[in-house]
Write a protein that binds this ligand. Structure first.
Ligand code: DGY
Length: 430
């Protein structure tokens, strides 16, 4: 553990830029939204002040309508280092009507709302220092506005759940769940953009060119409608169980934050309860024993088993029969927990699209396994949680803190010295 701790700290120190942390200097040289939340959860063991700063830098780029952008661009990084770069998103001009900040360039889409959960965990690491610095007082209105944006602008299905409008938003970019909904999207011309990710990552570990053509088309459509949700056709709209579960967990955290500040927690608890009801009634599939994504445009569930469907284990008030079924599914043939795999895969081991190397089509990710570890502990499976924790730590270290791994062998995939892998290892060690 001492060598692991030292190595993880070294990654986080190297990836710190002075105000936030890059996920990786080569592949992702800016600040990413959900990365920063997971990074702050680990950074709190290294420096509470840095962990606070990580979240505050991100939230300083919040838009007037409450959205927290998925990328905050570092202006000292050359435009060609990452695609799509600020000249593609043009947030400060195209997003002006939606309240994009004028002094910083960002993307216009969002990522999963892990931030209130992260803020609460950072606060808990040193409540006295947090209070002395007024950390929660500054963050609370911003976090509340962020959740307000999701609830107010993103209930595209009309049943109280939040929709994601681009495959980059749920964070699981090329999940097989998006193959169906994406097939209706006309890809951008192959020659009209240049991928920078392939300069840093193996093509077999990354999404395909056809995926990228569709990602570009959807982002350009949103931009060309001023990033206004009411005006954008949103050809891609999905309800994702992991995004909604993270919102529920963060809404519980917001209730705790409100309580710590002497404010009224009840609106947050009420929203968490409403969302939990909608999650179960809309996305639970008792036959599959897991939550399914829903294609809002087709008006139908997506019949693929993604690990997104297990992540609701982090929801505190989940009905007991649902939680029990999720524990059985996690340990069954589709996800192999405690059996066939080292770490839980991102997608069905038995699924037709399973690929142990390609990004979110099978590899195991450390943030997902961190969430499941928490969920197992919360729902009465402490031995399974302990075993997953040990496997996560050993695999993070042996893989050089890789971005993701082959779920069977633990072989490193994607980039190395990846910040959230190091940060969450530190958190599991603590
Ligand atoms: C990427 O660039 O691959 C990211 O996942 C998009 O945010």
């Amino acid at each position: 553990p001492a060598a692991l701790r030292r190595a993880a700290r070294r990654v986080l120190l190297r990836n710190w830029t002075g105000a936030s942390t890059v996920p990786s200097h080569g592949l992702y040289p800016h600040q990413w939204s959900w990365d920063s939340a997971f990074i702050a959860i680990g950074l709190r063991h290294l420096s509470v002040v840095r962990a606070q700063r990580e979240l505050e830098t991100l939230l300083a780029a919040q838009w007037g309508d409450g959205r927290v952008p998925h990328i905050v661009f570092n202006r000292t990084v050359p435009l060609g280092a990452y695609f799509p770069s600020p000249d593609f998103w043009r947030s400060s001009t195209a997003g002006a009507a939606a309240g994009a900040p004028a002094d910083v360039e960002t993307s216009g889409i969002v990522q999963p709302p892990v931030h209130a959960l992260a803020a609460w965990l950072v606060h808990e690491a040193d409540p006295a220092e947090s209070a002395r610095r007024g950390f929660l007082t500054r963050l609370y209105p911003r976090l509340a506005a962020w959740h307000g944006y999701l609830a107010g602008h993103r209930d595209l299905g009309g049943h109280g759940l939040v929709s994601m409008v681009h495959p980059w938003e749920p964070g699981m970019d090329n999940s097989p769940c998006w193959d169906g909904p994406l097939s209706r999207v006309e890809p951008a011309e192959p020659g009209s953009f240049r991928r920078a990710d392939l300069d840093h990552g193996a093509a077999a570990d990354r999404p395909t060119d056809l995926d990228y053509g569709r990602y570009v088309r959807l982002a350009a459509d949103y931009r060309d409608h001023g990033y206004r949700d009411a005006d954008t056709p949103h050809a891609f709209a999905v309800e994702d169980p992991s995004v909604n579960a993270l919102l529920i967990a963060s809404e519980h955290a917001l209730a705790a934050i409100a309580g710590a500040l002497g404010a009224d927690p009840s609106p947050h608890l009420a929203r968490a309860e409403r969302l939990t009801g909608a999650l179960v009634s809309r996305l639970w599939d008792a036959d599959a024993g897991l939550f399914l994504c829903r294609d809002v445009r087709a008006g139908a569930p997506v019949r693929e088993r993604s690990v997104a469907g297990l992540i609701p284990l982090i929801v505190p008030g989940l009905p007991a029969d649902v939680a029990d079924a999720l524990l059985r599914t996690a340990a069954g043939e589709h996800f192999g927990l405690g059996g066939a795999v080292r770490l839980v895969p991102s997608y069905d081991l038995r699924g037709a699209a399973f690929d142990p190397s390609r990004y979110w089509r099978g590899p195991a990710w450390f943030n997902v396994n961190w969430l499941l570890e928490r969920g197992l502990r919360q729902h009465g499976a402490p031995e399974r949680a302990d075993a997953l924790r040990a496997a996560g730590l050993a695999t993070a270290y042996a893989s050089g803190f890789s971005e993701y791994v082959d779920p069977y062998t633990g072989q490193a995939r994607g980039t190395r010295d990846f910040s959230w892998t190091a940060a969450l290892a530190l958190d599991l060690l603590a």
